[in-house]
Design a protein around this ligand. Structure first.
Ligand code: HEC
Length: 118
């Protein structure tokens, strides 16, 4: 956990601020840009590629919080999550990440899994 936080902090300190739109993804949808950003800035390391949580972060998809709340939380996390200031990840980039989270599939209900029905 501490190692993940340090690696994310190191990666962020070396990188230029992450913008929502770069030349190569002009024409991509918000969710497509958000998917690339989600991986590039390391959200997946704690929340999983499908936003399902379970690594060290909680589930954050497919019903993400409203964008202003996510932006506020990224700037001022309360617990183990590292902060992502606007100088690192601008507001529009967070909005794209939220658009990606909203497209992720809903998990199966437990009673759809035969072994859990015994
Ligand atoms: C080093 C692990 C880590 C990384 C990287 C990380 N998070 Fe988190 N996140 C957490 C943890 C742990 C929590 C639970 C609250 C806390 O401890 O801050 C959390 C909470 C959240 C919440 C609030 C969830 C809720 O319902 O309360 C959101 C939204 C969120 N993270 C989004 C993101 C996004 C978007 C990124 C990438 C920009 C990201 N996180 C990167 C660990 C991480």
């Amino acid at each position: 956990m501490t190692r993940v936080v340090l690696l994310v902090a190191l990666a962020l300190s070396l990188a230029a601020p992450v913008r929502a739109q770069t030349a190569e993804d002009a024409g991509a949808s918000a969710a497509e840009r958000g998917r690339a950003l989600y991986v590039r800035v390391g959200c997946y390391a704690c929340h999983g590629y499908a936003g399902a949580g379970g690594l060290s972060g909680p589930r954050i998809a497919p019903d993400p919080l409203p964008a202003p709340i996510i932006i506020h939380y990224l700037r001022n996390p309360a617990g183990a999550m590292p902060a992502y200031p606007a100088s690192v990840l601008e507001d529009a980039a967070v909005t794209d990440i939220r658009a990606y989270l909203a497209t992720l599939p809903r998990p199966q209900p437990a009673d759809a899994i035969p072994l859990l029905r015994e």
